[in-house]
Design a protein around this ligand. Structure first.
Ligand code: ADP
Length: 458
């Protein structure tokens, strides 16, 4: 096993990794930017090294500085977390070159799956259905337009290198095709330094359902069941639950096998996620694979009672996966609410600032993964998530009631957060009924009075 691991990330995921390392007796090195010196991940690591100024491009994205920190502290491995360099195949390769284990898949797998259109081709090659669309990236706009006309509108144009809900444009009709196409290309170029785009049929009101994968270096691959991430705003997840209330046991089994087939085909190692859209008839389509740990991994841990980060470390150190698929069972129902520093009553405007008061909920079945505390200043430079609140219970009803109770206890003073939004969702009949789609948030915000999103206190 590793003796010392550097975590090339910040915030809650850095903390999440540090905690498991400590339980396994592994020493940890945190890296941080100048504005993150007060973050809990810096305080809880055994060593911490400042790698630059606030902007990610000057710190968390600086591979050279991260390797500098790794060399000084003499680590055996680097965990990239999610975001930043996590899906950068060059970074993974550089780790191998420096004889430092990269806690994630092989660089070539990251490259293959990081390009969404090449990932779709892999899925097709093992006969997993994909959303109808272009065969790979669009080479000619005329051909793309012809294809869009033939599959029918709406269609969605996606950046091949996209992620985090960015780089997608909906095209509602043939008239606006060229205009949207140009915008999509220039946005992709600006955001990802790669203007390649591809086209897909826009599935109306789908469920976003994904499968957690674990794969060791000996080719053993299992899945840890599904997560329903349909509660999204602007293609970004806000609330996730596991297992999905929409899936039948039959469909769950089928999709799980499809996810494993894709992972096998790309020679997957370590933890990853295969994402699908499922339409109202239960037809499912592969959309992408995330070659890293995901924000919402915690609900799968609660449902299956398997520590995914622990397995990431064991697998990267060359240990065999000792869990068999038949022993992965739904033990509980779990829900996660992302607590973002955003004002839901003001169109989710970001709300960085000082946390004046902080009281986090507790009790049976409640888990809070967060790097913040009273007196902590939320920097404006990074994403707005300040905590993940997870509740679990024997039934979905209990997990929902527990989430409502925990959200009511949660006090984060001084800034606005998404707590009131999530709390209102827990009381919503549509959510409670369980048959919601990615259109849920839009409809919910229309029917919910602003007062409900302004709620503060118990
Ligand atoms: P990202 O990598 O940016 O998260 P994804 O490809 O995972 O992008 O898609 C994010 C979300 O966008 C999905 O969960 C879904 O809500 C929506 N989406 C993506 N592709 C389609 C599609 N073809 N039809 C309808 N919605 C889609």
């Amino acid at each position: 096993m590793f003796e010392k691991v550097l975590i090339a990330n910040r915030g809650e995921i850095a903390l999440r990794i540090i905690r498991t390392c400590r339980e396994l007796g592994i020493k940890t090195v945190a890296v941080y930017s100048e504005v993150d010196d007060q973050s809990l991940h810096v305080q809880l690591a055994d060593e911490a090294i400042c790698i630059g100024s606030a902007a990610s491009a000057d710190s968390y994205l600086r591979a050279d500085r991260i390797f500098g920190a790794a060399e000084i502290t003499n680590v055996d491995a680097i965990h990239p977390g999610y975001g930043f360099l996590a899906e950068n195949s060059t970074f993974a390769e550089q780790c191998c070159d420096c004889n430092i284990a990269f806690i994630g898949p092989l660089p070539e797998t990251i490259a293959k799956m990081g390009d969404k259109s090449s990932a779709k081709n892999i899925a097709k090659s093992v006969h997993v259905p994909c959303v109808p669309g272009s065969d790979g990236v669009i080479e000619s706009e005329l051909e793309a337009k012809k294809l869009a006309d033939s599959i029918g509108y709406p269609v969605i144009i996606k950046a091949a290198a996209g992620g985090g809900g960015k780089g997608m444009r909906l095209v509602n009709n043939s008239v606006s095709f060229y205009k949207e196409y140009k915008m999509a290309r220039s946005e992709a170029e600006k955001s990802f330094g790669n203007g390649a785009v591809y086209l897909e049929k826009y599935i109306e009101e789908p469920h976003h359902i994904e499968f957690q994968i674990l794969a060791d270096k000996n080719g053993k691959i299992i899945h840890l069941l599904d997560r329903d991430c349909s509660i999204q705003r602007r293609y970004q997840k806000l609330i996730e639950e596991a297992p999905s209330p929409f899936l039948s046991e039959k469909l769950r089994g089928e999709m799980g096998r499809a996810a494993v087939k894709i992972a096998e085909k790309c020679g997957y190692q370590n933890a990853g996620t295969v994402e699908f859209l499922v339409d109202r008839n239960g037809s499912y389509y592969f959309i992408e694979m995330n070659a890293r740990i995901q924000v919402e991994h915690g609900i799968s841990e609660e449902v299956t009672d398997i520590d995914i980060v622990k397995w990431q470390l064991l697998i990267a150190a060359g240990e065999k996966l000792t869990i068999d698929q038949k022993n992965v069972k739904i033990r509980k129902h779990a829900i996660e609410c992302r607590i973002n520093a955003e004002d839901p009553a003001k169109n989710f405007a970001p709300c960085p600032g000082d946390i004046a008061l902080y009281y986090s909920p507790g009790g049976y079945g409640v888990r809070v993964d967060s790097h913040v505390y009273a007196g902590y200043r939320i920097p404006q430079y990074y994403d707005s998530m300040v905590a993940k609140l997870i509740t679990s219970g024997e039934t979905r009803e209990l997990a929902i009631n527990r989430m409502y109770r925990a959200l009511s206890e949660y006090l984060i003073g001084g800034i606005k957060t998404t707590i009131p939004f999530s709390r209102a969702v827990m009381m919503d009949k549509g959510f409670i009924a369980g048959n919601y789609t990615t259109k849920f948030v839009e409809d919910f915000l229309e029917r919910t009075p602003l007062d409900a999103l302004n709620f503060e206190g118990y």
